[in-house]
Design a protein around this ligand. Structure first.
Ligand code: SAH
Ligand code: F3S
Length: 486
């Protein structure tokens, strides 16, 4: 999959949403909510919709009729922030026609800019950081009374375990379940530890309840979400970094990611389970063994590496070497030979030489990733890299290197999709193909998109599909039969 086709991080990604509510107080007010950036933001918007549903907000896809416009923002690269600023201009134009409309900014830009946002963008009435959504009812009351409102306090706990998300724009088949918040890794290029705070994990019981509830509602696949899922650790609440201070009893009964995976896979043996994102320095053999043991855990690992050069990895504070990464890849492939692996890569990190870039290309040759998400380095204010290193790689060189890795990734993606041709693979139908009404679109366990004629199958069916052909991003096939897993 190429960068411009990615469904993971798309800076321009916009999602207007409609919500049908059964039992809310009164639906006199209309909420328009848009999400940008990572899956976690899309998942958080479902939490926000749930909190506001209880306040009587009904969502609309019509910006012009909204009483409240919320934009869940991303700070990961400068371009992501520019996209949001452009949207705010658009909201400004709408506000001229609909002067009663209030605008709130959520997510990472809210956390990064705090009350400065109110000064910089006059259209903004409310700034709410990623841990403060439960305070939205109070904040909305503030803006209703004509004051601006800000809450950017980060929390020590997984804040939303008890909120049942309202599934927005759902296909009714796949859903996200958040398991950790924040990140302690401090990669030097990354703004996330600043905008999402320290790492904490969610109570496994509340995760299981959400998964069971999704199954009862007909969902067939979940993705466990976190910035760094392998570092999941439940010991009764609190920050990951405070685990050392936990009691012996808490330590003895703690739940790590491998254990959580096993609990979820056992609780719902027919539910497909995915997870994202894995970090090479934290992924354990236990996790790989658990994946191998349970058929319902999908054989796909998103394993960002960012660079193939040991020197650059060190500058990035990625706490593993190129060789350690290869060993991890070898371990995965030895235990799960058909496991798909994908990467995130950054080109043009400060001081990156042509030799470092060649190291990235050769690392990619070794792994031959199934998918890839590739980015030019974007300096983020406040990060260690911004403070210590000059952003010294010219834009044209960053772009040229990016094109080279994208082209190589496309070759590898095609190599990988070709390996599926001739096989019969289980596909979970997610919906109609974007390109043809007569075809279904679904995914195999490796997360590769599969398209095939509809016949009498329906959304949510697991179907065994014979793969006849492929592009670098899609498998084309025909249904053989319903899978035994239905
Ligand atoms: N938690 C995940 C990823 C978080 S951000 C992890 O463990 O890697 C998603 C991706 O955005 C990163 O993997 C990285 O490739 C990219 N990214 C993050 N900061 C960036 C920056 N300053 N410039 C360019 N790309 C960046
Ligand atoms: Fe960012 Fe590194 Fe965490 S990329 S989200 S600091 S693992």
């Amino acid at each position: 999959m190429m960068q411009n086709e990615t469904e993971k991080i798309i800076d321009e990604k916009v999602q207007g949403t409609t919500l049908n509510l059964d039992n809310k107080k009164d639906n006199t007010r209309k909420l328009y909510i848009e999400s940008y950036g990572c899956q976690m933001n899309f998942s958080d918007s479902e939490i926000v919709a749930s909190i506001l549903a209880k306040e009587g907000f009904n969502t609309t896809q019509e910006l012009a009729e909204a009483d409240l416009v919320l934009v869940n923002t991303c700070s990961i690269r400068e371009k992501a922030e520019q996209t949001v600023r452009k949207r705010l201009e658009k909201f400004n134009a709408v506000k001229r026609v609909n002067p009663g409309m209030k605008v709130g900014v959520l997510g990472c830009m809210a956390e990064r800019l705090k009350s400065k946002f109110l000064e910089e963008e006059k259209i903004v009435d409310m700034v709410v950081g990623p841990d403060a959504y439960k305070d939205l009812p109070n904040l909305i009351q503030e803006i209703d009374e004509g004051r601006n409102a800000v809450n950017v306090i980060l929390s020590k706990d997984e804040t939303y375990g008890d909120v049942a998300p309202v599934r927005l724009n759902s296909n009714g088949v796949t859903a996200f379940v958040s398991i950790t918040r924040g990140c302690d890794n401090m990669c030097t290029f990354c703004v996330v530890p600043f905008t999402r705070g320290r790492e904490r994990s969610r109570n496994p019981q509340s995760i299981l309840e959400e998964v069971n509830d999704l199954w009862n509602k007909g969902f067939k696949e979940i993705t466990l979400l976190g910035q760094n899922v392998d570092s999941y650790l439940w010991y009764g609440g609190g920050l990951k970094k405070d685990f050392e201070k936990a009691t012996d009893m808490q330590k003895a009964t703690s739940v790590n990611f491998a254990k959580l995976l096993e609990m979820v896979a056992t609780a719902q043996p027919k539910m497909r389970i995915r997870f994202s994102t894995s970090n090479p320095q934290d992924m354990t053999l236990d996790v790989i063994d658990t994946m191998a043991k349970f058929e319902n855990i999908c054989k796909y690992i998103h394993l960002p590496v960012q660079s193939g050069s040991d020197r650059i990895l060190k500058e990035m504070n990625r706490l593993h070497t190129r060789q350690e990464y290869f060993t991890l890849i070898d371990n995965i492939k030895a235990r799960i030979p058909d496991c798909a692996i994908s990467q995130d890569m950054i080109t043009g990190f400060p001081t990156e030489t042509e030799e470092d870039h060649q190291d990235t290309l050769s690392l990619m040759e070794y792994v031959k990733y199934d998918f890839g998400f590739m980015f030019a380095y974007s300096e983020r204010p406040g990060t260690l890299a911004a403070r210590k290193l000059e952003d010294d790689i010219p834009e044209d060189i960053k772009k040229r290197r990016l094109t080279e890795i994208i082209n190589l990734q496309q070759e590898h993606a095609l190599y990988r999709t070709q390996q599926h041709v001739g096989k019969v693979e289980e596909v979970l139908i997610e919906g109609t193909s974007k390109k043809s009404d007569a075809h279904w679109m679904g995914r195999n366990t490796q997360n590769t998109v599969v398209v095939f004629p509809k016949e009498n199958y329906k959304v949510g069916d697991f179907v065994n599909v014979k793969i006849n052909d492929c592009t670098s991003a899609t498998l084309l096939g025909e249904a053989v039969e319903l899978s035994k897993n239905n």
